[in-house]
Design a protein around this ligand. Structure first.
Ligand SMILES: CC(C)(COP(=O)(O)OP(=O)(O)OC[C@H]1O[C@@H](n2cnc3c(N)ncnc32)[C@H](O)[C@@H]1OP(=O)(O)O)[C@@H](O)C(=O)NCCC(=O)NCCS
Length: 178
């Protein structure tokens, strides 16, 4: 993370994918206290802002294949984050709660999908969604992901202990299709 203007990785009419800054940590941490955010990831991410800030430091460490903040073009506000894990490349998104349900999820996820496959040469992207996370599933479908049942797995809910299935999805860039 550097000083000055944030690096812009990609942009469309609604959102930009930009470099993260340490000052994003507070909003991102508060967002992790929301049960719907945790539903996207099945676990309480971190319990204190100190732990979360330490994670932010991690992001420059090569632990992630790609990591960015999502900035709304109209307001310049940071509205969420996106991560891509090292192989297998799993794309994940969390929009801060006040910014959900306005189309920014589809805009940001499709932009990240295109950026990672085109500019970073990734040939296969994966994304998981809990079976009851219908909004995430709708978003994945709109972004060109298809179900990838071989990657499904059953696990237990982080809070209730109930069993549920995490539904895997795959994105194959059009130029990779037969
Ligand atoms: C999942 C998430 C990124 C979606 O972003 P969003 O901006 O809220 O979603 P969008 O407004 O782009 O809507 C996506 C689609 O889901 C649909 N949708 C919304 N709520 C829905 C619901 N309860 N059931 C079914 N579909 C729903 C929308 O109608 C939209 O489809 P449409 O454009 O055809 O109308 C966001 O809600 C979020 O960050 N959630 C918490 C974390 C999470 O679940 N991350 C996903 C892990 S991959």
């Amino acid at each position: 993370m550097s000083k000055g203007k944030r690096e812009v990785y990609a942009e469309n009419q609604l959102v930009r994918l930009v470099e993260t800054r340490k000052k994003d940590a507070q909003a991102a941490f508060e967002n992790w206290q929301d049960p719907d955010t945790i539903k996207g990831f099945n676990g309480r991410h971190v319990r204190s802002i100190q732990q979360y800030r330490a994670k932010f430091e991690d992001w420059d460490s090569g632990k992630w294949f790609f990591y960015c903040a999502v900035q709304e073009v109209a307001t310049g506000e940071i509205v969420g984050c996106i991560s891509v894990s090292n192989e297998p490349h799993d794309l994940a998104i969390w929009l801060f709660a006040p910014h959900r349900g306005r189309g920014l999820g589809v805009a940001a996820f499709s932009l990240a999908t295109n950026y990672v496959t085109e500019a970073l040469d990734v040939e296969r992207l994966y994304a998981g969604a809990m079976e009851d996370n219908l909004r995430a599933q709708a978003m994945l479908k709109k972004c060109g992901y298809i179900p990838h049942p071989v990657g499904n797995f059953t696990t237990t809910h982080y809070e209730t202990g109930e069993e549920f299935t995490e539904l895997d999805h795959i994105y194959i860039p059009p130029w990779q299709l037969p």
